[in-house]
Design a protein. Structure first.
Ligand SMILES: [Zn+2]
Length: 381
């Protein structure tokens, strides 16, 4: 949308407008601060009721829950730009967003892996039994523009997305049975993106996801050994900042570094200096710096090669679990399978079957390369 100049005293948080799509799904507009009030248009599509939900099964071999979501096979796959479900609606394309313009929008996924039902999961489930796949999956459209990427958003728009993530984290954490809220972005067709329009997702799991449980358990052990006076990620952050060898960006509130034992050929962690559990605990100043730092980091990642780099941006938030939460610090893990301009790492036998990563790059060289790219960007700016 176009905006008038922001006058003194104008609100600094996005204007939020809530509505329901024609099949009952929730949609929220997050308009940049200072935007005029919005009267949302109705969804005229008359969609049939919510699609069949998936199911959850408990894998006794691993102790992990598995979502079975065969209904997702019919979801939209790389539609042409004029039929994009994330673009604003036009006379020729009644999209998921009924209005002709928006800034940032969040809505319940039409083809969710989890949800729409919400309830507590039992701790386990016997062999041969299933339960509805409870939880919630939301889509976050970062911009009304069909092309581009998060890293190319203007600061104000990216800041609105950060506020949207915080808002949704608070709302989803309060839903019955939700144990973990996970905002993420899959970027690039190489890692399975089914829509080109710049967007991310938020999963509200009814369990602590396996990787989060693994990291959470390590964090809790460290926290107990320190008798609650220190956290694992805080300690690792101190060690990385003291060393400096793998630090890529170092600010007042956040530091980005390639972790000492990076598993992916391109992996950067962005960690807050203060111990916060999730987006909702960040101050306004911290969110401002996070926005700047994240945009800078994504710009550097895309400047490493002649073509945009596929990545997964995973925002790790403390699980909603009394044991794991106090020891778990909010942070970003940005990972890419790209190991050269024209080469991607595939997760093969050792990684896919055993979870044993073999990294084809050294973390120190990747950090050095990112610093070079950032320095070159500053020099040309
Ligand atoms: Zn689009």
């Amino acid at each position: 949308m176009t905006h008038a100049p922001i006058a003194p005293g104008t609100p600094t948080t996005p204007r939020i407008t809530q509505m329901r799509l024609s099949d009952g799904r929730e949609l929220l507009y997050f308009d940049d601060p200072g935007t005029a009030p919005r009267t949302p248009l109705a969804d005229a599509r008359g969609l049939p009721g919510r699609a069949d939900h998936g199911q959850l099964r408990f894998d006794e071999l691993s102790g992990d829950w598995v979502a079975v979501a065969a209904h997702r096979q019919s979801r939209t796959h790389l539609p042409p730009a004029d039929q994009c479900p994330l673009c604003p609606s036009t006379p020729g394309n009644a999209s998921e967003i009924p209005d002709p313009d928006y800034d940032v929008v969040v809505f319940e996924n039409r083809f969710p892996s989890l949800g729409p039902d919400l309830t507590e999961l039992p701790p386990t489930l016997p062999w041969g039994h299933t339960v509805p796949a409870v939880g919630r999956c939301e889509v976050v459209s970062f911009t009304p523009e069909h092309t581009g990427s998060f890293g190319e958003l203007p600061y104000e728009r990216a800041r609105t997305v950060v506020d949207a993530w915080a808002h949704r984290t608070a709302a989803l954490s309060a839903l019955p049975g939700v144990r973990q809220v996970f905002p993420f972005e899959n970027r690039g067709a190489d890692i399975g993106v089914t829509l080109h329009h710049p967007h991310g997702q938020i999963y509200a799991y009814p369990y602590v996801a396996p990787r989060a449980a693994q990291l959470g358990a390590a964090a809790r052990r460290f926290y107990d050994d320190a008798e609650g006076t220190a956290t694992l990620l805080g300690s690792l952050l101190d060690r990385e900042r003291d060393s400096g060898e793998r630090v890529v960006l170092d600010g007042d509130h956040f530091t980005a570094f390639v972790p000492f034992a990076a598993r992916w050929p391109l992996e950067v962690h962005l960690v807050p200096h203060r111990h916060v559990a999730d987006f909702t605990e960040l101050s306004g100043e911290e969110k401002d710096e996070l926005t700047h730092t994240y945009l800078t980091l994504l710009g550097a990642v895309d400047a490493m090669y002649p073509t945009p780099t596929p990545y997964v941006a995973a925002w790790h938030q403390a699980p909603l679990d009394a044991v794991l939460r106090p020891a778990s610090r909010f942070h970003l893990q940005l990972t890419s399978p790209r190991r050269a301009a024209d080469k991607l790492k595939f997760l093969a036998g050792s990684e896919a079957a055993m979870g044993a990563f073999i990294n084809d790059t050294t973390p120190e060289q990747v950090a050095e390369r990112l610093r070079e790219v950032l320095a070159a960007g500053k020099a040309s700016a």
